[in-house]
Design a protein around this ligand. Structure first.
Ligand code: NDP
Length: 256
């Protein structure tokens, strides 16, 4: 049987593709949106509160000659996820790449964890990627991509007070493996990128616990948002065509 991928060039050219990035208004999501656009894709990006940030990212995409679509969508709201997918398809014409990036960092002793925060974190980290897949899969053709931003902490929880965060991020890996099996026959790949400490508002390289985190890393330095974007672009391009159901850890050797 001939392998049709043999004739496809291997590169990260995303010309003609359309991506949706959740939480694209700042941090990694903004860098991923810019990276996808630099590789040739038009990009829809959601935000929760930071409309200005999202619009600034969209302006950057326009500067790269690409279309950017800003969508207000709280990932904790189940209807908002489906609407974001529908608007992307309606306004940008198709959907090829879904990046589940929106995230929060609940932190504190387990006995003080608030029920509303538990439910909200589960909604954002666990339910939203599943709902995004449910809405997006009917639109994804061969070469489609689903990439979720997880966390290296799911493999090694190196300090306390992160039970809720780590539990919910661990769900991404199960979703990735199961969806990869389900969607593989349709030529769609599904993967998780697991960042380690990466300099953003969520985890500033000059933050209180930054030196503690550096101490766990083989390279001893925080990653940048562009390190994460580079991994995502690699998986999104035909460079990632044979990679599915797995995790790509970008953590400066935090889990080495
Ligand atoms: P930031 O806090 O810098 O940015 C978070 C982004 O997610 C913002 O765009 C924010 O939107 C959006 N967001 C948050 N909550 C929601 C919501 N309910 N609905 C829609 N969008 C939302 O975080 P990072 O860039 O650091 O994190 C990106 C991802 O990477 C997260 O999933 C995080 O868990 C993960 N991660 C981060 C690490 C790090 O060291 N930074 C390490 C490992 C994983 P708005 O601007 O509108 O608030």
């Amino acid at each position: 049987m001939s392998n049709t991928t043999e004739t496809e060039p291997i590169n990260s050219d995303l010309s003609g593709k359309v991506a949706l990035v959740t939480g694209g208004s700042r941090g990694m999501g903004a860098a991923i949106a810019r990276g996808l656009a630099a590789a040739g894709a038009d990009v829809a990006l959601t935000y929760h509160q930071n409309k200005e940030g999202a619009e600034a990212v969209a302006a950057d995409l326009a500067g790269l000659g690409r279309r950017g679509l800003v969508i207000a969508a709280d990932s904790a709201d189940p209807a908002a996820i489906g609407d974001a997918v529908d608007r992307t398809v309606a306004e940008l014409g198709r959907l090829d790449i879904v990046i589940n990036n929106a995230g929060v960092f609940p932190y504190g002793p387990v006995e003080e964890t608030d029920l509303a925060e538990i439910d909200r974190t589960i909604a954002i980290h666990v339910r939203a990627p599943l709902l995004a897949a449910r809405a997006a899969v009917p639109h994804l053709g061969r070469g489609g991509r689903i990439i979720t931003i997880g966390s290296n902490l799911v493999e090694r929880a190196v300090f306390g007070d992160i039970a809720l965060y780590t539990m919910t991020k661990a769900a991404n890996n199960g979703l990735t493996r199961a969806l990869a099996r389900e969607l593989g026959p349709r030529g769609i790949t599904v993967n998780t990128v697991q960042p380690g400490p990466t300099d953003t508002d969520m985890n500033p390289a000059r933050g209180e616990s930054a030196d503690l985190q550096r101490g766990f890393m083989a390279l001893g330095e925080y990653g940048s948002v562009d390190d994460i974007a580079a991994a995502v672009i690699f998986l999104a391009g035909s460079t990632g065509r044979q990679i599915t159901g797995t995790t790509l850890t970008v953590d400066g050797g935090g889990n080495a």
